[in-house]
Ligand binder design. Structure first.
Ligand code: MSP
Length: 616
């Protein structure tokens, strides 16, 4: 909405914002108390918002609290693979975080997801389906809940915006904005896109031929139809927040990750930042939360939806203060403006801190086309979980999904990836090193330091390791750090690429030394045979540990087969090949876990078993 679209019908109240200055994320307690007293905060100098520079996120204390969120999903239609992808990214981040200090960190981690159930879009979808809105919401919300449960999304909270606790939070948040003089009544006149639930300036509207060939106005970005709207609404003084938002981003160069999205937001902040209409007439939009004290208006669905992140952590109760500054939102690129401009501005307006981090991902297309009901190409994620297994499909989406660019989905790609990386490379490696023929004692064999000395230059006559073997050891030793850095940068696919590359290197190591040609009976071969298997099993232990956030059941199967107990699976104490570095190895000589079949069976490509698409 452009400022020129808003004609003030009431004189704007003298705002508290004049005295409000930018709050510190780190000063949550003080801030919370001030907010509770309805005060604004003065900072002696310009604060840095919890960031410690470009590598800040990497060094967050594992015992510190962390709160991850997915977007809440519209219930106008059944879930698709893009929705699942959003949830899995957040799940993997959260699981990785918990592994950094299992126990303590797990207790200090919250992870919310849920459904966005109000607004014109849902009101219209319910009318089209001939259902009361509440019934449509119940049905579709249950589908999301089931999907996420089936896909192993380890959320601690599932919120629905139709819940009473949420209504109370939204109304409280509204009152906080009003108390600070940030809301006024004005005439909104402009375009509204119900599918995207957003206001659009003329420049963002284009014309497309409609059913009768006449030009119809649509959103230039999404292609969805827009309608001209003229009504008196409550308006939020968004325009006052340009400088505070810029400062937030300047001081927190990693606030929005990956970096191109942060640049995009900074660019938006160079443009016009008009005030924002935050309510609709209830005669037009009845399916929502009424404006406190004015039943003739319904709160704008985006304001309603964004507050879900506060509701989950108990806002406005005291409990939320200890979670709020630690928030990391995972979102798709289409909802960046809502999360990176409107939301931080609303939070600052209510006297709260902007989110700690916003992780942004791109979209999935299907065989090169945008998924859409009208094209009939919306891929049903539940049938993908059935067809490829839960771990298989989680691995595919997270291994192939690149946050910076859109990714394309098609069946053959899934089958090829899973067969080569999970079934052949990883499963084959485990099988080779644990098979009865190769490892008749069924134990983690001993490592022989004279066969594989720490310094290649000091090698004696019995040394057998070569340059490529040392390269393998240093690659796998560096892997946990590399994976952690990739997670911090929201490049989970790169973390998986790095694991996969090390799996290939380990297969090369086994192939090179062909343990099947060595004999346990030979006093010359046996120490080297044990060493080859020991190194390969150590590599597998690292891979299994690092894969837990992405393929939890497969990783569990792998680690159990290696005899790694539940308390030995954290990232905190993950020491690779301690014997090589002269330390004792707790696994050496330990009995392997029971054989439980193939780690990941190959998918049968010839079987014409196509994944279901939702009917149009
Ligand atoms: N309800 C809002 C979010 C409110 S959050 C306070 C919404 N819902 S949505 O159901 O349309 O989208 C939810 C998430 O799914 C968004 O992050 C969106 O980017 C993501 N995806 C929707 N289609 C997608 C793909 N095709 N691919 C990947 N993610 C996609 O927006």
């Amino acid at each position: 909405m452009r400022a020129s679209h808003v004609q003030r019908s009431a004189s704007a109240p003298a705002g508290l914002l004049g005295t409000m200055v930018f709050p510190r994320v780190c000063a949550a307690r003080r801030l919370g108390r001030a907010v509770a007293r309805g005060l604004s905060l003065r900072e002696p100098s310009r604060p840095r918002l919890c960031s410690s520079g470009p590598r800040g996120a990497r060094d967050e204390a594992p015992e510190a609290r962390a709160y991850f969120t997915t977007p809440i999903f519209y219930v106008n239609a059944a879930p698709h693979i893009g929705h699942l992808y959003s949830a899995l990214l957040a799940d993997a981040l959260c699981r990785h975080r918990r592994l950094r200090a299992p126990g303590a960190a797990a207790a200090a981690t919250r992870f919310s997801t849920g459904t966005d159930e109000h607004g014109l879009k849902i009101q219209q979808a319910a009318a089209a389906a001939g259902l009361p809105p509440a019934e449509l919401c119940d049905r579709v919300s249950a589908q999301f809940r089931r999907l996420f449960r089936d896909a192993g999304v380890s959320s601690t909270d599932f919120i629905r915006t139709t819940e009473a606790r949420h209504r109370a939070a939204v109304q409280h948040f509204w009152a906080a904005l009003r108390a600070r003089g940030l809301l006024y009544k004005g005439l909104y006149e402009g375009w509204y896109c119900a599918s995207d639930e957003c206001f659009l300036p003329e420049a963002k509207v284009s014309r497309q031929p409609g059913p009768a060939g006449d030009p119809c106005p649509v959103s230039a970005e999404s292609g969805h139809p827009v309608c001209w709207t003229k009504e008196e609404n409550y308006i939020f003084r968004l325009s006052r927040f340009r400088e505070p938002l810029r400062r937030w981003l300047r001081d927190n160069p990693q606030a929005i990750t990956p970096e191109p999205f942060q640049r995009k937001v900074l660019q938006w902040l160079e443009e016009d930042l008009p005030d924002l209409s935050v309510s609709r007439k209830s005669s037009h939009l009845h399916w929502g939360i009424p404006v406190p004290g004015d039943d003739s208006q319904t709160i704008y669905v985006w304001l309603d939806a964004l507050v879900n992140y506060l509701t989950v952590v108990g806002y406005p109760g005291a409990e939320f203060e200890s979670w709020w500054p630690t928030t990391s939102h995972v979102i798709g690129k289409d909802i960046l403006k809502f999360h990176a401009i409107y939301w931080p501005a609303l939070l600052l307006g209510a006297g709260l801190s902007p989110p700690h981090r916003i992780y942004v991902h791109s979209h999935w297309t299907v065989r090169g086309q945008k998924m859409s009901k009208s094209l009939g190409n919306v891929v049903d994620p539940s049938s993908c979980l059935d067809r490829y297994t839960v771990d298989g499909f989680r691995y595919f989406l997270l291994r192939q999904g690149v946050p910076n660019w859109d990714c394309d989905y098609y069946e053959e790609k899934v089958v090829k990836l899973l067969d080569s990386e999970l079934a052949d490379a990883l499963g084959g490696l485990l099988n080779r090193c644990t098979a009865q023929r190769m490892n008749p004692s069924g134990t983690y064999p001993a490592f022989c330091a004279t066969c594989f000395p720490r310094e290649p230059g000091l090698a004696g006559p019995s040394a057998r390791a070569g340059a490529e073997d040392y390269a393998l050891v240093s690659a796998v030793a560096a892997l946990p750090r590399q994976v952690a850095d990739n997670y911090a940068d929201f490049q989970i696919y790169k973390a998986l690429e790095a694991v996969s590359s090390c799996v290939r290197q380990t297969n090369g190591f086994v192939q090179r030394h062909a343990p099947w040609k060595l004999s346990w009976e030979s006093p010359v071969d046996a120490p080297w045979l044990g060493t080859v298997l020991h190194v390969a099993l150590e590599c597998l232990r690292i891979f299994g540990t690092l894969l837990q956030p992405v393929t939890p059941s497969l990783a569990d199967k792998l680690l159990s087969r290696l005899g790694v107990s539940a308390t030995e699976r954290g990232l905190g104490e993950l020491a690779f090949l301690p014997r090589f570095y002269g330390h004792p190895c707790p696994f050496e000589g330990r009995k392997l876990g029971p054989e439980t079949g193939l780690l990941f069976p190959r998918l049968d490509q010839s079987r014409a078993c196509l994944v279901k698409v939702h009917r149009t």
